[in-house]
Design a protein around this ligand. Structure first.
Ligand code: HEM
Length: 400
């Protein structure tokens, strides 16, 4: 029989911002999957959890982003956050969504991304230092790698990496529908600083081989849209990968037999990465608004209502995955929904997979590594959408 995680009680009204859900959403997901796969939760929002339903919702034309953008714009109020981010590709519907997506998609095609492999490998070699004995996987490895790679694609100065990280950490929480007033005020300030920085940078750029040069040279794209795209790519291109590296390391640390297996058989790394994405995705959900009524699992979801597709739950759906709570690096045909599905499928999925494979190839080689923190003390980022720890120290036997 499929082994499912226990849950303290029925989920009466699912709230992804509840502290216990933020710490470990999987017991609640299992309750939803088993008892109420299309669930009316906090603020009347619909939460969809089964694999097939999540995929259908993400690929459905009658579910759009405009209502989410309006809801979010109201939440953060007038100011630089909504001024810039209401223009991001993430919040657009057709035709603007496809127009903006197609400006950047070619730069992340498999061919273009393959050309980045030497750069990625070099960065991994620099960051995963076998003589260090101790590393904070999130801050010493994951974030410099992910930000280094996306900065190289965009043509952003590598020396300003820490500035981008700091702005991103202050702006990220405001994208959450559960953001509070203090986070929003700080995010507004950070967005002003970042916009000023990018405006200066763009002023001196015309043309060039990198993506920023290409965007600046395109007369059909407004200055605000260029800034919104750069902010989106910095954020989407590094927070997600950073958190996924942390979540993957935690999964391996908690399953030492699986770690030993990948260490013994490095060819398992790409499959192990798919399993890490499935087992504990750095992006847990995506939201949409209905523009027509739809029927799902015998329920009628009405036009205007908000729907959250829980990819984190879908990735543990027992109807799709045998023994879904087992972390198994040899699992085949995984196809996690962590990168979304349909026309909004993640632009950076090929790049993210390459970065994850490169870093895990190096990390599993470190001998005798173990967590250097009590798992109960790990602090998760406060977000209903993103999942990842803020710091993750590991210790290992140093090699000289
Ligand atoms: C493990 C890493 C990553 C995960 C889990 C992830 C996840 C996702 C998901 C779930 C979506 C779909 C959003 C929706 O349906 O509304 C998405 C879209 C997107 N991602 Fe990623 N992502 C990752 C890495 C990256 C990277 C490295 C980039 C850099 C290029 C990137 C850029 C984007 C962009 C631009 C979109 C918008 C696509 C659109 O709206 O058409 N992502 N990502």
């Amino acid at each position: 029989m499929t082994q499912l995680a226990g849950h303290p009680g029925p989920v009466v009204c699912f709230d992804p911002s509840a502290p216990e859900v933020q710490r470990d959403p999987y017991p609640s997901y299992h309750w939803l999957l088993r008892h109420d796969p299309v669930h009316r939760g906090v603020n009347g929002i619909w939460f969809v959890s089964r694999y097939d339903d999540v995929r259908a919702v993400l690929g459905e034309d009658r579910l759009v982003r405009q209502g989410i953008r309006d809801f979010w714009s109201q939440l953060v109020g007038p100011g630089p956050l909504s001024g810039i981010l209401s223009r991001t590709v993430l919040f657009q519907d057709e035709p603007d969504h496809t127009r903006l997506r197609s400006l950047v998609a070619p730069a992340f095609s498999p061919r273009e991304v393959r050309a980045l492999v030497p750069k990625i490998d070099r960065l991994v070699d620099e960051l995963v230092d076998p003589s260090a004995e101790r590393l904070d996987v999130v801050n010493d490895v994951a974030y410099p790698l992910a930000l280094g790679v996306i900065s190289a694609v965009l043509g952003l100065p590598a020396k300003d990496r820490d500035l981008f990280r700091a702005w991103s950490l202050r702006i990220g929480p405001t994208l959450d529908l559960a953001a509070g007033p203090a986070e929003i005020a700080d995010g507004q300030e950070a967005m002003t600083e970042l916009t000023d920085y990018l405006t200066d940078l763009i002023r001196t750029r015309r043309g060039g081989d990198d993506l920023l040069g290409v965007l600046c040279a395109d007369s059909a794209v407004s200055r605000e849209e260029v800034i919104a795209m750069v902010v989106t790519l910095i954020f989407a291109g590094h927070e997600t990968v950073t958190n996924q590296i942390g979540n993957g390391v935690l999964a391996l640390a908690r399953h030492p037999a699986q770690l030993s297996l990948v260490r013994a058989l490095p060819d398992l790394v790409p499959g192990a990465v798919e399993e890490m994405l499935r087992f504990d995705s750095s992006v847990q959900s995506n939201s949409r608004q209905l523009v027509e009524d739809i029927e799902l699992q015998g329920k009628t979801l009405r036009s205007g209502e908000l729907v959250v597709a829980l990819m984190g739950a879908a990735n543990r759906d027992p109807l799709r995955f045998t023994d879904p709570d087992r972390f198994d690096v040899t699992r085949s045909g995984v196809h996690p929904l962590s990168f979304g599905s349909g026309m909004r499928h993640c632009v950076g999925a090929v790049l993210a997979r390459l970065e994850l494979a490169a870093v895990f190839r190096a990390l599993v080689r470190l001998p005798g590594w173990r967590l250097a923190a009590d798992p109960d003390d790990l602090q998760y980022q406060r977000s209903t959408m993103f999942r990842g720890v803020l710091s993750l120290p590991i210790a290992f036997s140093a090699q000289t």
